[in-house]
Design a protein around this ligand. Sequence first.
Ligand SMILES: [Zn+2]
Length: 436
Amino acid sequence: MPFENEKMETMPRKELEEYQVKMMRSVAKHVYENNEFYRRKFKEKGVKPEDIKTIEDISKLPFTYKKDLRDNYPFGLISVPFEDVVRIHMSSGTSGKPTAVAYTVKDIDTWATLIKRSMIAAGADSSDIVQNMYGYGLFTGGLGFHYGAEKLGAKVIPMSTGNTQRQIEVMMDYGTTVITCTPSYAMFLGETMESMGIDPEKDLKLRIGFIGAEPWSKKTRERIEKKLGLTAHGGGAYDHYGLSEMCGPGVGAECTAQEGLHIWADHFYLEVVDPETGEPVSEGEKGVMVMTNFTKEAMPFIRYWIGDVTIIDYEPCECGRTHPRLPQGILGRADDMVVVRGINVFPSQVEFVLMKFPELGEAWQMIVDRKGTLDSLEIEVERKEGIQVTEELKSRIQEELKSYLNIRAELIIKEPGTLPRYEGKAKRVIDKREFA
Ligand SMILES: [Zn+2]
């Protein structure tokens, strides 16, 4: 069963576009008729749902921003009678007020179907034993994968995060074949297995890793696949994408071709726009992601400004799916981007360079500071156990960093195990500058 919904997943682009226009009109009508905030926004822009007749018309609709979500916290953006809501998830909100999202029974079911689709795309099936290491609770990762894996018919072990040794023991006892976690935790798992004297190729059965919730590079993938024995068991590590505003994980996922995340275009409309003007960029250009969910009932968002930077590719994939891909994944968040001496630096670029060097370990961080009037950028990374750090190696890494970042960075190679480890989202950037 290579598809969740073959007809929709392989629909020719033109037909898919027509379907998207129809869905866009329908979700616009839904919020216009049932939500005061959207009705007002539409009126301010002088647009009505019935004005959406072609794909280009979509840009007539207003954007929705994170700020709108905060301003209407907690329930102001709900577009169904409150009694129809059966689930609420919340983000802690790193700056200021938290934000909340709501689901109906049908929304939960659609979400589970999308995760099921994502898992099928990566080659998982009902015979798999899924150890879900995403956090259960307000974060959408845990419950999202839980319901999706059950819908697939797989056997779910609801481990949640933490207690790494126990996680590994469970993998051995139950013969876990699929895991879900962040890339930094996958690396940490691999390191812990090594220190416990476990050989994942012989002692474990791990086949597929659903790795996400943080941007990660192709090099990191190779390391995770090797460290956890995934390729040895005929599988691999697959990226997935999501955000609570759209549903949670399940917005997009990589197929076995590993040619970038497919965005499930029958449920989500992805636009890539210029961050300054909000106008769509040309195909193949870098821009900021804006997304609409077609099928959510409780709290659909119209043209939600995600802020992740990416490049979209509409070329059909070798897997047969026609849904657009993000061949380079997520390049970072527009707000993760650090401006150092006037240059835009994405932590994902730094990671990309560091992971090219087999002499380096997995833990790293970048420190931005200001000495006098000039910004400084320090990159700290651990060396691998048993590696001799020479000046020649250091200058090779430094050169590579300079050619990718267009800026000079001070490289500091630390002893193995001295940098902080994270079980959730890793904190890669420490910005010590004070902006008056
Ligand atoms: Zn594909």
